[in-house]
Design a protein around this ligand. Structure first.
Ligand code: MF3
Ligand code: CO
Ligand code: CO
Length: 275
């Protein structure tokens, strides 16, 4: 595998195959986009209720974007029909908001990507719908911790494989499984860029991390087996064994001494339950 790096400010806005290293302008742009996406996720807390629909959440997110001079990146992205992804229970990711009430005991991942001044802030969190089961709570906790372990592995000189290994080692030690079919991704002025950030793998392998790299970490963790299938709508990914699945996502940068998280909750909705 050959890996190359370029100064982000000196290349066109497209996936050239080289990994972009961003300077201060990129950090400023990503802080704004990341904070707005995180604020939108904060806003979802009061709207996730038994009886409420995911279509309602989509509408609230769309209006929040419009009111704040942002655009929802998923809308019409490769034909995706809505502004956000809402993935309930055994849906692993890319769930499409619909006009159907959520029920007490459901768990839902809301994934919001907002574009602000051309920069993409991409983040997702789990939300309990009313009271949830102990096993759902446990899965959410393990998935949240998996993301923290992944982020903790980020520093110059570490590799993308260190991130994946940290996540996989932890998730499997808790007898849960890591989804292989979707991964984190470089982002910035592009929504999905190189490198791929696998949530499993071997420490010391993959791409070396350098200051100024921007990417997401977004582990999907299942209570059952890791295998997924995509439904006939072409988007909705579900666990093959219909076991519960959870996900958290942050957009981050590699800094001189670790990571900067662009999408931390400004409202302090750090970890569910958000009370
Ligand atoms: N936000 C998702 C991610 O984390 C991508 C959603 S693409 C969509 O990369 F088209 F499904 F919305
Ligand atoms: Co993402
Ligand atoms: Co996302």
């Amino acid at each position: 595998m050959t890996v190359s790096f370029v100064e982000a400010s000196e290349v066109p806005v497209r996936n050239t195959g080289a990994i972009k290293l961003h300077g201060e302008e990129g950090f400023e742009g990503m802080r704004k986009a990341g904070q707005l996406a995180a604020q939108a996720l904060d806003l979802m807390v009061e709207h996730v209720q038994p009886g409420q629909t995911t279509e309602h959440l989509d509408k609230v997110a769309f209006e929040f974007a419009m009111d704040n001079g942002a655009s929802p990146a998923p809308l019409y992205y490769r034909g995706f029909p809505k502004s956000i992804c809402t993935s309930l229970n055994h849906v692993v990711c890319h769930g499409i908001p619909i006009d159907k009430p959520m029920r007490e005991g459901d768990i839902v991942n809301i994934d919001i990507t907002l574009v602000v001044d051309g920069w993409h802030g991409d983040s997702s969190r789990m939300y309990p719908v009313g009271e949830i089961s102990r096993r759902a709570e446990r899965l959410i906790d393990i998935t949240w911790e998996s993301l923290q372990r992944g982020i903790a592995a980020v520093k110059p000189g570490a590799t993308t494989g260190d991130i994946g290994a940290a996540i996989q080692d932890y998730a499997e030690s808790e007898r849960t499984s890591v989804v292989r079919d979707f991964c984190g991704h470089g982002l910035g002025r592009l929504f999905h860029d190189v490198p791929n950030i696998l949530h499993y793998g071997t420490a010391g392998t993959g791409v070396p991390l350098k200051p100024g790299m921007f990417f997401t970490i977004e582990p999907m963790i299942n209570l059952g087996r890791p295998h997924v299938k995509v439904l006939a709508d072409g988007w909705t990914a579900v666990t093959r064994d219909r076991s519960l699945s959870a996900q958290f996502e942050h957009s981050i940068a590699v800094t001189e001494d670790g990571a900067e998280i662009f999408t931390l909750s400004p409202g302090g909705f750090h970890k569910p339950p958000y009370v």
